[in-house]
Design a protein around this ligand. Structure first.
Ligand code: BGC
Length: 743
């Protein structure tokens, strides 16, 4: 036998399209909708023409908690969704939230999206999307319910950890590679929650009142980028209302903006239980309904799905002639398009799960996202060999964070806690002691997934502090690991945070440790800003986020200097809650209506404009080395509306370690008819530099970066006049600026 043929077989199979699940290309016996060599739209029309009215309606609503029907008669498969956005949710029972108890569905938990945003590195977003997309694909999922890009309006939003921060430009840059890479796996990204979903209090009913400028300049751009540049195949409607209509069936957001203005050709999926009315769902842009509690049917009741708004009630309206067939066909076309792109795509890759590559990706993104907020006297990095005795204090050093928090809760193969990571990193080079310090309201289970941890504790709060202080006195260095957790009222879905301050008496523990030992580093595990009344007494603070399966290893990488921190804050840490614009000017959480009176002045836009010093600014983040940013120049002094301006700056690593700096470009409009923030982020680049190395960073400014949304003309406008380009290492650390005019 000629074995050369066998060697060539994989290549031949690939070239003929058999690399995926089977070959449905160019077979003349196949009906056109199954023939993948034909144009997508032709296949959709063919499938549509073969479907009965009942089959069409059956495609538009759930058939279980996370799946919707295909067309069995035609071999069009079901669609399976999964949360999202940090890992693949464990399989749940057909009709219930509770996990199904499978043993093959433990996933890799990637860091929370706040951590991803804090990398300020679109390459990390691509790596994240690729990896989570592969896990979704391996688990045979068609739609990943994520990423989330709702803007960080206030630190009290319980779901901020699932989003990408306060700035529309940063979130836009980060969401696009995530979406593209997920979808390369034949898995749709479902970008959520569209739109204005900025609180959990009264989330099912609150009506958001926001002006058009803030809507277009702040709250919509990341969704627009995900759709227009990322090519997202699905978008999830939000629970809340806008202009009095629920966002899952909202004429303005779904029909006018998403589908008409942005040309979205994918599927609008309702949030689970976000649909409230058949006529509105039909007419106002919803395509696929999930999780409804129609008639109060919430759990495992026979035929509950027939009662969905887009099920029998819709079918009856169609039969009575109260709903038109064109609208129906538009929805079915969209669902078919999604199906052909995902479930019916036989050329998609096979995916993979818990691979060493995925764990390495989780660790890398986590390490790159951690933000060194303060490091006086070089407390960090720690040299374990020179440390002798290291004390670790705090519940978050030992508590698993992947279980809890709502729909993003995961079942992981393994989660390395901070203490495990520290122990693994120091080996036998130093002695490590642990003290609990405080006790939270720890829950160890979510939807049937158990952490298996026993965190019970009998000592009083006083005793816990006394024990920690005693150990701190004899330690060479102390690492406190605290922050928030995934319990309700902390960083968790369904309820907003109970307060801006650290919970469970942690401030007292930190104060006591600071008094006992000057070599103290506070590590915050959270997805949100917190108040730090002790900041002047603590030399080092690291924001470590919820960082997934590899949390402990990634933290140890940074603490011991294996990774030089390069994360930057994707949102402002105000000193006090009242310093945040939503609390100073706007309403939070409002009543039946919440008014965003602060308009466009969200996050640093407010702090800058009102000169309110933040605790830590948007874009802030230190390194173990130092960087100089100099020679900020523009290639011209004026530009035209269709022209460009090139802004350059030299960045040099002036310290003695390799490291990365994020060079940030902000633009300010000196003369404007409408009020504008002092400056807005319009470019950034993360630059890796060896000691002594210099690189020139270049930004191209177009009139888009100078524009605001003129709500009287309903158009983006770049007004001629004077502008300033600011280049720096944080929104409050500008190293150079250059003026120019728009002609
Ligand atoms: C959440 C969504 C999630 C869905 C399905 C809802 O409660 O708001 O983000 O994707 O549940 O779990």
């Amino acid at each position: 036998m000629n074995t050369n043929f066998l060697k060539l077989l994989p290549t031949l199979l690939f070239l003929t399209g058999c690399a995926g699940n089977g070959d449905t290309t160019n077979d003349p016996n196949l009906p056109p909708y199954q023939n993948e060599s034909l144009p997508l739209e032709q296949r959709i029309e063919d499938a549509l023409s073969r479907m009965t009215l009942d089959e069409k309606v059956a495609m538009l609503h759930a058939q279980s908690k996370f799946s919707s029907a295909g067309v069995p008669r035609l071999g069009i498969p079901e669609l399976w969704c999964t949360d999202g956005p940090h890992g693949i949710r464990p399989e749940v029972l057909w009709d219930e939230w509770n996990q199904a108890g499978w043993t093959n569905d433990s996933c890799t938990a990637f860091p929370a999206l706040t951590c991803l945003a804090a990398t300020w590195n679109p390459e990390m977003a691509a790596l994240f999307g690729k990896s989570i997309g592969e896990e979704a694909r391996y688990r045979e999922k068609d739609v990943l319910l994520g990423p989330g890009v709702n803007i960080y309006r206030t630190p009290l939003n319980g779901r901020n950890f699932e989003y990408m921060g306060e700035d529309p430009y940063l979130a836009s840059r980060m969401v696009v590679p995530y979406v593209r890479q997920v979808q390369k796996n034949g898995v749709a990204a479902c970008v959520k929650h569209f739109a204005l979903n900025n609180q959990e209090t009264r989330r099912y009913s609150v009506n958001v009142e926001v002006d058009d400028r803030a809507l277009y300049e702040i709250y919509l751009p990341a969704f627009k980028a995900a759709v227009e540049q990322g090519g997202a195949w699905a978008v999830m409607g939000a629970y809340n209302k806008y202009k009095g209509q629920h966002c899952c069936h909202n004429q303005y957001l779904l029909n006018d903006i998403l589908k008409r203005d942005w040309g979205f050709d994918g599927v609008v999926i309702s949030d689970w239980g976000g649909t409230h009315d058949t006529k509105q769902a039909v007419e106002n842009g919803l395509d696929l309904e999930f999780g409804s509690w129609t008639d109060g049917l919430s759990q495992g009741v026979g035929n509950a799905y027939d009662n969905y708004y887009l099920a029998r009630p819709y079918l009856e309206r169609l039969k009575r002639g109260e709903a038109d067939r064109q609208t129906l066909d538009d929805k079915v076309r969209r669902v078919l398009r999604l199906n052909f792109r995902t479930a019916m795509n036989t050329h998609k890759p096979f995916g993979s799960m818990n691979s060493p590559e995925h764990l390495a990706a989780a660790r890398r993104i986590a390490g790159e996202g951690m933000v060194l907020l303060k490091n006086d006297g070089g407390v960090l990095p720690l040299d374990s060999a020179a440390t002798g005795r290291l004390l670790v204090v705090g519940e978050n050093a030992v508590r698993m964070m992947t279980v809890g928090g709502g729909s993003s809760s995961l079942k992981v193969r393994h989660e390395y806690t901070p203490l495990e990571g520290i122990l693994a990193a120091v080996g036998s080079t130093c002695e490590v002691l642990f003290e609990r310090g405080y006790v939270s309201d720890a829950t160890d289970t979510f939807d049937g997934v158990k952490t298996g941890q026993d965190l019970s504790e009998t000592r009083s709060a006083e005793r816990l502090i006394a024990d920690a202080v005693k150990a701190a006195r004899t330690a060479d260095a102390v690492i406190f690991v605290g922050g928030l957790n995934k319990s309700p009222g902390q960083d968790s879905e369904s309820a907003d945070r109970a307060s801006y301050g650290l919970p469970y008496g942690q401030d007292r523990v930190i104060e006591a440790l600071a008094a006992a030992n000057p070599r103290l580093a506070v590590v915050l595990v959270s997805g949100n800003a917190v108040a730090m009344p002790w900041i002047d007494r603590v030399p080092a603070v690291l924001e470590a986020w919820f960082s997934g399966s590899e949390a402990g290893h990634a933290l140890a990488d940074v603490l011991f200097g294996r990774v030089n921190p390069s994360g930057k804050l994707p949102f402002t840490f105000p000193v006090r809650l009242e310093d945040n614009a939503a609390h100073a000017l706007g309403e939070f959480p409002g009543g039946d209506t919440v008014r965003y009176n602060e308009g466009i002045f969200v996050g640093y836009r407010w702090h800058d404009t009102k000169a309110i010093r933040p605790l830590f600014a948007f874009g802030h983040g230190l390194s173990y080395t130092t960087f100089e940013i100099a020679n900020v120049k523009a290639d011209r002094t004026s530009m035209t509306a269709n022209g460009t301006l090139r802004v350059t700056a030299d960045v040099t690593n002036t310290g003695d370690r390799a490291g990365a700096e994020v060079v940030q470009l902000y633009i300010g409009d000196a003369e404007s008819t409408l009020p504008r923030p002092v400056k807005e982020l319009k470019g950034f680049e993360k630059v890796m530099l060896d000691p002594g190395q210099t690189r020139t960073v270049e930004f191209t400014v177009t009139s888009e970066a100078l524009s605001y949304y003129d709500d009287t003309r309903h158009a983006w406008t770049a007004e001629p006049g004077r502008f300033t380009a600011y280049v720096g290492a944080a929104s409050d650390d500008i190293r150079g600026q250059v003026d120019f005019t728009l002609e």
